[in-house]
Every structure is written in C-alpha cells, then in structure tokens.
Design a protein around this ligand. Structure first.
Ligand code: COA
Length: 257
C-alpha cells in the first residue's frame, strides 16, 4: 500500500484519504494502484457499506503526478490509473467525496463517478487536459456536455477554465458548497453515515439502476478517451507542456502547426 494513502474504518464507513501534501496530493502510480485495491476489496467486503474519498481539509488532489506523466506515461487498459478508474466506475456501493482546495484533472473527473459530492468554497476545480497537450478523460467528454451543455463544457474542457466550489454545486457536479475544508469533511461524513442506517441491498440495487442508462456507451467512451490520452501523452505538444511545468516556465506551442 502506498505511504501516501490513509485508510480509516469506522463501522461500515471506509475513509480513503489521499495524503501527499508536499505535492498537493498528486497521484503516483503506486497511489492509483493502492486506491484501486482498496476499492476492489471494499466492494467484496460486506461489512463496508459506503466509501468516503477525500484529500483532507486543504487539498483534494492536483491530479496525476506530472513527473510520472513525463517519465513513465501510463499505457493501455492495464495501467494503474485505468485500474483505479475501472474500480471506481464499477464500485457498487455509494461513494461520497469531500473536496477542498485544488481538484485538478482526474481530481475533477473522478467526481463524475461519485454519488454525493461536497465541496468547500475554497475548492478550485480544473481540467487542463488540452492545456497539457492531452484530451478529456474518464468519460468527461460525454458526461459534461450532456450535464452542462456544449458551450459551458467547451470552456472547461477546451480552454481548461477553472471553476469554483460554488459553481460546481450550481451546475450539479456537487451537492453542496460549505464554508471551509473542515465543514466540508464533516458534512460529507454526516451524509456518508446516513448510508449506515439504510438497507444495504436496496441502496446497491438503486445505485445500479441510476447508473445503468448509457453505462456501456460510457465505458466505451472512457476506453476511447484513454487510448487517445495515452497517445497524446507521448506527443511533442504534451512533452513541451509537461516539461514546461517541471521547469516552472510557460509552455511554447508556437512551433506546432
Ligand atoms: N504533479 C507533480 N507535482 C505537482 C503536481 C502534479 N500534478 N501539482 C503540484 N505539484 C508539486 C509542485 O511541483 C510543487 O513541488 P515543489 O514544491 O517540489 O516545487 C508542489 O507540488 C506545490 O505545488 P505549487 O504549484 O507550488 O502549489 P500551488 O498552490 O501554487 O498550486 C496547483 C497548486 C495544484 C494549482 C498547481 O500545483 C498545479 O496547477 N499543478 C498541476 C496540476 C495539473 O496540471 N495536473 C494534471 C492534470 S491532468
């Protein structure tokens, strides 16, 4: 298990916390693998009723570790990131997310696969895929235009505009915006604990019904996005963008025609 994950069990509530504060909880391959294993095991463990996913009171996650993207880009459906995506996509029990501070890249797209999402006023959500020479991932190219309309989705996915916790709640990506990280975690926990009082099979059946429409289409889109994302990670545009981040300079795309 990655040293950057913290797992806590309290009755049927499993809290999975990303904990790599010096890198804003950037997700390494080991973290993805660990998160996938925790979810796969929790899905099989009948004593787990609900999962709470958080990065703590100050930061959700800055997304994929950009050094990993440059040095060891994931390839294919057997990569750690895909294992994690599949584990969350197929997770049969409720997942509640508590989001404070940055939620970048997969930090935003994974929220589309959670059941309840609570965000802090401090939350800054962003999907800078194109800015990094990449393309949308994890079904966001399908889900967001349907949820927000093409125009607003284009600002988020093509321009990589960031948006606030309040906007996430207004647009239906999150349930509610709270004043700070502590209040967000407390609310997420309170709502997650409600599942402990509910009949578990009825919850599972209902989640399955809610997620069923268009599910196989979405799975296919996630795989198509993943294949293109993997190709784009190796493109000169992405290498320029990722190198610029590591070198703390502005990327220069002027030579690309
Ligand atoms: N991968 C690797 N390292 C990252 C990272 C990432 N995704 N995000 C942040 N870090 C590192 C920084 O390099 C820095 O490391 P250092 O102290 O060793 O130099 C440290 O985390 C703190 O980041 P910093 O940028 O100084 O914090 P900030 O509060 O000014 O900004 C973010 C926070 C998240 C807005 C900013 O770091 C950012 O934009 N990160 C990249 C996000 C991204 O593009 N993710 C991938 C999407 S596909």
């Amino acid at each position: 298990m990655s040293e950057h994950l913290h797992i806590e069990r309290d009755r049927g509530l499993l809290t999975l916390r990303m904990q790599r504060p010096d890198k804003k909880n950037a997700l390494t391959r080991a973290m993805y693998a660990g998160m996938a294993d925790v979810l796969d095991e929790a899905d099989q463990d009948s004593s787990v009723r609900v999962v709470l996913l958080t990065g703590g009171e100050d930061c959700f996650t800055s997304g994929n570790d950009l050094a990993d993207f440059l040095q060891a880009p994931p390839s294919g459906l057997n990569s750690e990131v895909f294992h994690f995506m599949r584990a969350l996509f197929d997770f049969s029990k409720p997942v509640v997310a508590a989001v404070a501070g940055p939620a970048v890249g997969i930090g935003t797209t994974l929220l589309l696969h959670c059941d309840l999402v609570y965000v802090s006023r401090s939350a800054q959500l962003r999907m800078p895929f194109v800015n990094l020479g990449l393309c949308p991932e994890y079904g966001s190219s399908l889900i967001l235009p349907r949820l927000l309309g093409h125009a607003r989705a284009a600002e988020l996915l093509l321009l990589g505009e960031s948006f606030s916790g309040a906007q996430a709640a207004e647009w239906g990506i999150a349930n509610q915006v709270l004043d700070d990280g502590a209040a967000t975690l407390a609310m997420a926990r309170e709502m997650a604990e409600r599942f402990l009082e509910l009949p578990p099979s009825a919850v599972l059946d209902s989640k399955r019904l809610m997620r069923a429409p268009g599910r196989e289409e979405l799975r296919k889109v996630i795989e198509e996005e993943g294949a293109l994302f993997g190709q784009r990670l190796r493109s000169p545009e992405a290498i320029e963008a990722l190198s610029a981040f590591m070198q703390r300079r502005k990327p220069d795309f002027s030579r690309f025609g």
